[in-house]
Design a protein around this ligand. Structure first.
Ligand SMILES: Nc1ncnc2c1ncn2[C@@H]1O[C@H](COP(=O)(O)OP(=O)(O)OP(=O)(O)O)[C@@H](O)[C@H]1O
Ligand SMILES: [Mg+2]
Length: 338
C-alpha cells in the first residue's frame, strides 16, 4: 500500500458575498469547496471531475496555497501546510506545482521560453541548479519533447500543445513531488490532447510524480487516473478506483456523467440508457438542504432534503474493491458501464 503524500481533511473554502459600497457587509458566502476529504497516494493519479463551477479549481488553489482555506487541513507528508506562512510556506510550496488549463493565457507573452521555464529558479534559488541554469532549462525543454534550441523563442511562436509542454517544463523545474493539472488539455485539439496526456504519464514514471488531474468529464480522466473523485457543488459525491467508478458507480450523479461518455462500440451505444439531467446546477451560495444533488436527482425522496448523505462505502458494495459514495439510495446500474 503506497503512503499518502497528501491528505485533505474536511476542507472548506467559502468566498464572502458582500453588499454595500462604503461599508461592506457580508451577506452570505459562495461555498465553493464545502467539506471535502480525500487522500492522494504517492505515485498515483487522482482524477477529479465535475461540472463547471463545482469547485475544482478552488480546490486546486487551496491545495497549492494560492488561496487560504476557510477551515480544514491539508497534510503534505503528514504536515499541515494550510496554515503555514513565510519561509515555511515557500519551502513546501515548491513541492506542489500546477499546470493550468489555458496555455495561451498562462504564459507571459513578453518573456522568452527560457525565462518562463527558468523563472522558478529565481523564486527558489535554494533549489536552483548550482551550475548553468540555461543548460538546466534546455534539459527541461528536452524532457518535455521540445527542441532545446527554442530557448530564446516567445510563446506565440509555439502551437497550443507545445505551449502546454512549456507549462509542464516550468512545473517540473523545481522537481516537485505533486503536480496538480487543472484541465491541462481542455483547450487543446483532440489530436493533441492524447500527446500531452502521454507526456504527463511518461514524466510520472520518470520522476515518480503524484498527480491530481482535473477535468470536466469522465472520458478524459479514464486513461490517466488510478482513482477518480466526482465533485458536485463543493462536495465529493463519489470516489474510488478507476475500475470501481467506471463499472460500479453507485451515485446517480456519477451515473449521469458516465451515461454522457461517448462509447465507440455502436451496439453498446444503442443498448445504453442516456441519463439527461434536468434543471440547472443550484448556486453554491445557496445550495439545497440535505443532498445537494437532490434537485436534479430522479431518485430523490423526502429523506434527501433532510439528511446530508455521508461519503462512505455503501453496504451493497462491501468487499475488497468497495469505494465511497454519498447517496441515501446507492445502486449499481447496468447501463452505467461505459
Ligand atoms: N475569487 C472568487 N470569489 C468569489 N467566488 C468565486 C471565486 N473563485 C471562484 N468562485 C466561485 O466558486 C465556485 C467554484 O468555482 P471554481 O472555479 O472552483 O469551479 P470549477 O469547478 O473549477 O469550474 P470550471 O469547470 O468552470 O473551471 C463558482 O461558483 C465560482 O463562481
Ligand atoms: Mg476550473
Amino acid at each position: 500500500m503506497a503512503e499518502n503524500i497528501l491528505e485533505v481533511k474536511d476542507l472548506v473554502k467559502h468566498y464572502p458575498l458582500t453588499q454595500g459600497i462604503l461599508f461592506k457587509k457580508q451577506v452570505g458566502a459562495v461555498k465553493a469547496v464545502d467539506g471535502i476529504s480525500f487522500e492522494l497516494k504517492k505515485g498515483e493519479t487522482l482524477g477529479i471531475v465535475g461540472e463547471s463551477g463545482c469547485g475544482k479549481s478552488t480546490l486546486a488553489k487551496v491545495l497549492m496555497n494560492l488561496e487560504r482555506a476557510t477551515s480544514g487541513q491539508v497534510l503534505f507528508k503528514g504536515e499541515d501546510i494550510s496554515t503555514l506562512q513565510g519561509a515555511a510556506l515557500k519551502a513546501v510550496r515548491r513541492n506542489i506545482q500546477m499546470v493550468f488549463q489555458d496555455p495561451y493565457t498562462s504564459l507571459n507573452p513578453r518573456m522568452t521560453v527560457g525565462d518562463i521555464i527558468g523563472e522558478p529558479f529565481e523564486i527558489h534559488p535554494e533549489v536552483a541548479p548550482k551550475g548553468d541554469r540555461r543548460k538546466a532549462v534546455q534539459d527541461l525543454l528536452d524532457v518535455v519533447g521540445l527542441n532545446p534550441e527554442y530557448i530564446n523563442r516567445y510563446p506565440h511562436q509555439f502551437s497550443g500543445g507545445q505551449r502546454q509542454r512549456i507549462g509542464i517544463a516550468r512545473g517540473l523545474a523545481l522537481k516537485p513531488e505533486i503536480i496538480i493539472c487543472d484541465e491541462p488539455v481542455s483547450a487543446l485539439d483532440v489530436s493533441v490532447q492524447a500527446q500531452v496526456i502521454n507526456l504527463l504519464e511518461q514524466l510520472q514514471g520518470e520522476f515518480g510524480l503524484s498527480y491530481m488531474f482535473i477535468a470536466h468529464d469522465l472520458s478524459i480522466v479514464r486513461h490517466i487516473s488510478d482513482r477518480v473523485g466526482v465533485m458536485y457543488l463543493g462536495k465529493m459525491v463519489e470516489i474510488g478506483s478507476d475500475e470501481e467508478i467506471y463499472e460500479n458507480a453507485t451515485h446517480p450523479y456519477t451515473q449521469a456523467l458516465l451515461s454522457a461518455v461517448p462509447v465507440p462500440d455502436p451496439t453498446a451505444r444503442e443498448s445504453r440508457e442516456r441519463i439527461i439531467l434536468t434543471g440547472d446546477i443550484p448556486s453554491p451560495a445557496n445550495p439545497p438542504s440535505g443532498c445537494r444533488f437532490r434537485t436534479r436527482c430522479w431518485k430523490a425522496e423526502e429523506r434527501c432534503s433532510e439528511e446530508v448523505p455521508l461519503l462512505a462505502v455503501p453496504s451493497l458494495l462491501e468487499g475488497a474493491a468497495a469505494h465511497e459514495s454519498a447517496c441515501h439510495f446507492p445502486e449499481v446500474r447496468e447501463q452505467a458501464a461505459a
